[in-house]
Every structure is written in structure tokens, then in C-alpha cells.
Design a protein around this ligand. Structure first.
Ligand code: MYA
Length: 415
């Protein structure tokens, strides 16, 4: 299998990564070759300017009717506020969504998480798209978009963030995915939006950057028992447990949970911080309230309030994304925290993230995951994160960047 996956486990060999990338970038892409995305053949052509690949079309030219599905299937708009629909989506993803290369783990997004991820400010219900079998009404496929403003260098672009593309295992390789992508594109165009951002574990034309996941063990015994990580050379279980041990409580004075009253200060801090990256979201207070205010079992956010001046100087956050453990007698779920947005202005990032690890451990997470985006490199090795075995590729639709970015130039985390 040449396709790396964003659900990664410990240990990676650089050779494997390089080979996977080279092999896949030579593949033909019958669908993607027809789309306004950077094509592999143009990667070295610096004469093409940065910006939209195609101009927006007049809305009157956007197709009014949905694309045709194979006749046994029909489109459905998924009303995620409905408990029944949300359960159907949850079950489709629980059983058919992203797995690691060896099928040991599968993402298990919670219903609460899905509702949060799909209902940001200004969301469109029409972008939550399902496919049902006409006869049984069973939900067999899904794709979503949510609106976002994303800044590329000095231009803020209205985009759709595309996520949760899933086709039931029994319906794979029937070219259903291209129809779903075209349909979500049509519905995004109907809102006069012409660009999108998305991530995938597979190599497609053409990543704006390729990131790596790093994993920090919080519960090493369980991670080893379920095959997520291996006991290091010359290591015993008790030495490993000791290696990953963390203090019982955070060390930074004034470290506390974010509250509603902090939204203006956090927005200022975050906007200022994100301005240094080439690609980053353009968050306003409404976005910060939605995406970063703590939400139980979905997103956790902490900040540092100076005990003297009461100024908010630092911020860190992570989201909750468990994975099902496939075929283990003892454990069924791996509880993972994913680093989200972190800002340090006074507390060194290393110390701030150590406190994040401590609260994640208090909350009983088994592992803390982080990408090598933004300034994360500066704490990964020092805080005993190990590299994962897969990559996460970032893409823009209908927007060309002059060069690929370094992961450290990217200020965007998608769920
Ligand atoms: S990434 C998560 C994707 N989901 C999974 O990995 C879950 C498990 N896998 C599956 O459910 C299926 O394997 C999927 C493909 C549904 C992924 N992104 O129908 P097919 C291309 C984009 O025969 P299937 C996420 O959610 C593939 O290269 N394209 O294949 C972000 C080939 O095209 P080409 C992908 O395996 C999604 C074609 O599909 C992906 O049955 C962003 C084959 O179709 C992928 N992850 O189904 C979507 N995987 O021949 C793009 C395969 O050209 C959004 N393919 O190589 C674009 C922006 C749209 C909005 C624009 C607005 C302006």
C-alpha cells in the first residue's frame, strides 16, 4: 500500500517516506488531472503567478442540479442537529473512516465533536452531504465543507474546509469519491466561494506542504500493549513508564482554563501570533469562541494570566479524537489529544506545552499528538515526542502557491 495515512503510529523510517512520496507522485490521477489544483508537471514552473488558478464564474453558470450518482444511490443533506442523522454519520465514520496502514486503529470522532466541527459561525447545512442507498435508505457515503477565511501571505481568501470524505468499505474503488467532490464543489460555488483547503494522508496533486505527526506517550504501557508503540531497545517497561512520567499539575503560575471572558484577549494574542505564517486562518472573536472555547470531550484550551498584571500572555489548546483499537482483547479505544493552536509570548513554548501534556495526562489521555507545523519543532524532541509512521499532506483547491511551504510556515490545523 503506497498511501500513507494521517492516523499514524510510532516509528518511521525516512526511506519509506521518501519512496512512498516518489512512487505516488508518478501515478496518473484521472480525476485530479481535470481539477484546478497545482499539477505535478508544473511544480518547478515559477512563472505561473501565485493566486487563483481559475477566475470565479458568474453564479448563473453554476450548475443548478446535483451531479448524477449511480442509480441505486441518492443525495441527502445531513441535518447534524438531528440525533438520528448524527448517529448515522457517526456510525458510518466509526466503521469506515481513516485507518492506519496496518488497520490497527480507526478514527472514532464523537457525535459531539462532529456537531462542533460542522457548525462553526456561518456554516451551510447544504455542505453536509450524504449518499444513501435508495432501497434501504442506509447512509453509505459522506463529505462536508465548512466556511473559513484563510490568509495566504497578505491575501485573506474565503474558503471551504473540506473534511470527513468517506465511502463505505463495500463501495470503494467505484469512482464515487470524484462525484462527491464535484458535488461539494458545486454547493460551495453556489455560495460564491471558489477556493478550498483540505488535508489527506494520500499524495494527490499537489501538496502545499507535507507534515509529520509526532506522538508523546502519556500511558506508555497501554500504547505498547495495543501495538501503538514498541518498547525501545534496551528498555524495560518500568524504565519506559518512568521516562514518560509527568508532574501531577502544571508548573506555570497563572496557568488556567480559558473562559468566555477571555475571548477578546485570546483573539488578539492568536491573530498576532498567526500573522507570521504564510498560510493561516483569519480568526475573529466569533471564530475563537467557537473553535477555542473549551467544550467538554471536544476541545480543551488553557492560557497563562500574569498573576501581577492579569494580562493574558500565552495560550495552548488540543482537541479530543479517540481511535478504535481493532481486534484487541483488553482495550477498545485509544484516547488521543491533538495539539491545536498554541501561542507563547512570555512563557517559553516548551514549558507551555509541558503543562499541556500534564493536563492531558490528568484528563486520562493515552497519547498527545502534534504535527510539525508552526513552531512545534522547538518542543517535539525535547518533550519526548517520537515521529509517527505517516504524513499529512495539506492542499488548496483553485489556489496556487509559488513554492511548497515548510511545515513551520504553515499556521493551519484542520480537524
Ligand atoms: S481526507 C480523509 C479521506 N477519507 C478516508 O481516508 C476514509 C477511508 N477511505 C475512504 O472512505 C475512501 O477510500 C475515499 C476514496 C472516500 C477516501 N482526498 O471513489 P474512488 C481520489 C481526495 O474510486 P475510493 C478528507 O476527508 C483518488 O486519488 N481525493 O476511491 C479530505 C482517485 O482520483 P484520481 C481522494 O477509495 C477530502 C479517486 O479519488 C482521496 O472508493 C478532500 C478514486 O475515487 C482523498 N482522501 O474513495 C477532498 N482518496 O484517479 C477534496 C482518494 O484522480 C476536496 N481520492 O487519483 C477538494 C475541494 C472541494 C471543494 C472546492 C470548493 C471550491
Amino acid at each position: 500500500d503506497l498511501d500513507a495515512n494521517p492516523l499514524t503510529k510510532d516509528d518511521s523510517s525516512l526511506e519509506t517516506i521518501v519512496r512512498k512520496f516518489q512512487d505516488t507522485s508518478l501515478k496518473r490521477h484521472k480525476f485530479w488531472e481535470t481539477q484546478p489544483v497545482g499539477q505535478f508537471k508544473d511544480v518547478d514552473d515559477t512563472s505561473v503567478p501565485e493566486g487563483p488558478i481559475e477566475p470565479p464564474a458568474p453564479l448563473s453558470e453554476v450548475k443548478k442540479e446535483p451531479y448524477n450518482l449511480p442509480s441505486p444511490y441518492e443525495w441527502t443533506t445531513c441535518e447534524m442537529d438531528s440525533e438520528e442523522t448524527c448517529t448515522e454519520v457517526y456510525n458510518l465514520l466509526k466503521n469506515n473512516y481513516v485507518e492506519d496502514d496496518e488497520s490497527m486503529f480507526r478514527f472514532n470522532y464523537s457525535k459531539e465533536f462532529l456537531r462542533w466541527a460542522l457548525h462553526p459561525p456561518g456554516y451551510y447545512k447544504s455542505w453536509h452531504i450524504g449518499v444513501r442507498a435508495k432501497a434501504s435508505k442506509k447512509l453509505v457515503a459522506f463529505i462536508t465543507g465548512v466556511p473559513a477565511r484563510i490568509r495566504v501571505r497578505d491575501v485573506v481568501v474565503r474558503m471551504a474546509e473540506i473534511n470527513f470524505l468517506c465511502v463505505h468499505k463495500k463501495l470503494r474503488s467505484k469512482r464515487l469519491a470524484p462525484v462527491m467532490i464535484k458535488e461539494v464543489t458545486r454547493r460551495v460555488h453556489l455560495e460564491n466561494i471558489w477556493q478550498a483547503a483540505y488535508t489527506a494522508g494520500v499524495v494527490l496533486p499537489t501538496p502545499i506542504t507535507t507534515c509529520q505527526y509526532w506522538h508523546r506517550s502519556l500511558n506508555p504501557k497501554k500504547l505498547i500493549d495495543v501495538g501503538f508503540s514498541r518498547l525501545g531497545a534496551r528498555m524495560t517497561m518500568s524504565r519506559t513508564v518512568k521516562l514518560y512520567k509527568l508532574p501531577d499539575s502544571p508548573a506555570t503560575p497563572g496557568f488556567r482554563k480559558m473562559e468566555l471572558r477571555d475571548v477578546p484577549a485570546v483573539t488578539r494574542l492568536l491573530r498576532d501570533y498567526l500573522s507570521q505564517f504564510v498560510v493561516a486562518p483569519d480568526f475573529d472573536e466569533n471564530d475563537v469562541e467557537h473553535w477555542l472555547l473549551p467544550h467538554e470531550n471536544v476541545v480543551d484550551s488553557y492560557l497563562v494570566e500574569s498573576p501581577k498584571t492579569h494580562e493574558i500572555t500565552d495560550f495552548c489548546s488540543f482537541y479530543t479524537l479517540p481511535s478504535s483499537i481493532l481486534g484487541n482483547q483488553t482495550y477498545s479505544t485509544l484516547k488521543a489529544a491533538y495539539s491545536y493552536y498554541n501561542v507563547s509570548s512570555k512563557t517559553p513554548l516548551l514549558q507551555l506545552m509541558n503543562d499541556a501534556l500534564i493536563v492531558a495526562k490528568q484528563k486520562d489521555f493515552d497519547v498527545f499528538n502534534a504535527l510539525d507545523v508552526m513552531q512545534n519543532e522547538c518542543f517535539l524532541k525535547e518533550l519526548k515526542f517520537g515521529p509517527g509512521d505517516g504524513q499529512l499532506h495539506y492542499y488548496l483547491y483553485n489556489y496556487r502557491t509559488r513554492h511548497a511551504l515548510k511545515p513551520s510556515e504553515l499556521g493551519l490545523v484542520l480537524l
